[in-house]
Ligand binder design. Structure first.
Ligand code: G3H
Length: 256
């Protein structure tokens, strides 16, 4: 029985890799919509994938916020390979609670892995003027350069409306997301079912187009309710490794 289950997961990973056109898919058993421990297993699996993709030296890992990535941080333990790693937040504030913020998760990762970190102290919901002046601040500029030269990105994918509500977005933004039929969200970008950008939170840090210069991009997202979001986001950004769960994987496979 155990052998069969192992085989089934492998087959599902291969099928999903081919159908999504991504680099690799890793599926953990269960559905994180039902059981929180599944998020922990995705975290554990992600740590293994991170370690396998480290460069021999000078690793900079940019991370986003969210519960999925917080669970990756939980699973990190001191490791000689990670000791010299620099952790940075992928983008500035997106309106999350402190435990879900990229800065918090980035600092936790560095502490747990005994690596180093730099933070990006920018306020949420930047106005155009504040944004323009911040990007010319020398300290911010330096950290932005570090973020852009990351060797790896580890990010979550959310359901568009769930993310907008969690971040207390304005009625105007909620309306725009409904009108444009947004289904997915990743590091402050919102996407429709075709994977087109329909809205973007005004904050500094990694831009979507920066991803193509980063050797390893890993997304961590599971639960059957995230299936449409994952599929939509990966449509235009397939050059990635996906860590997901059985719930999301099965749901995606029925529709691909
Ligand atoms: O950008 C996507 C969200 O950060 C995903 O958040 O992992 O808490 O579902 P989550």
């Amino acid at each position: 029985v155990v052998m069969k289950e192992v085989f089934d997961v492998r087959a599902m990973e291969e099928e999903l890799t081919a159908k999504l056109g991504v680099k690799e898919v890793h599926i953990v058993p269960g559905d994180s919509d039902d059981y929180p421990w599944v998020l922990k297993e995705m975290g554990r699996s992600t740590v293994n994938v991170i370690k396998r993709h480290l460069l021999p030296e000078k690793n900079t890992i940019a991370v986003t916020g969210g519960r999925s990535i917080a669970n990756v941080a939980d699973m990190l333990i001191p490791d000689t390979d990670l000791k010299e790693t620099l952790f940075v937040p992928a983008r500035g504030g997106l309106g999350e609670q402190v435990e879900n913020q990229a800065n918090t998760i980035c600092a936790t990762m560095a502490r747990k892995a005994m690596g180093r970190y730099r933070l990006l102290h920018v306020p949420d919901q930047l106005g155009r003027d504040a944004y323009e002046s911040l990007i010319y601040d020398p300290i911010i500029k330096e950290i932005l350069e570090l973020i852009r030269s990351s060797t790896m990105v580890v990010h979550g994918i959310g359901e568009a409306m769930a993310m907008a509500e969690r971040r207390n977005s304005s009625d105007e933004v909620l309306e725009k997301l409904k009108e444009t039929e947004a289904v997915a969200e990743a590091f402050g970008y919102y996407f429709n079912a075709d994977g087109e950008i329909v809205h973007k939170v005004l904050t500094i840090g990694l831009q979507l187009e920066d991803l193509k210069n980063i050797p390893t991009v890993i997304s961590v997202a599971g639960g059957r309710t995230k299936a449409n979001a994952i599929r939509a986001y990966l449509k235009r950004n397939p050059n990635q490794v996906l860590i997901t769960d059985e719930g999301a994987a099965k749901e995606m496979l029925t529709k691909l």
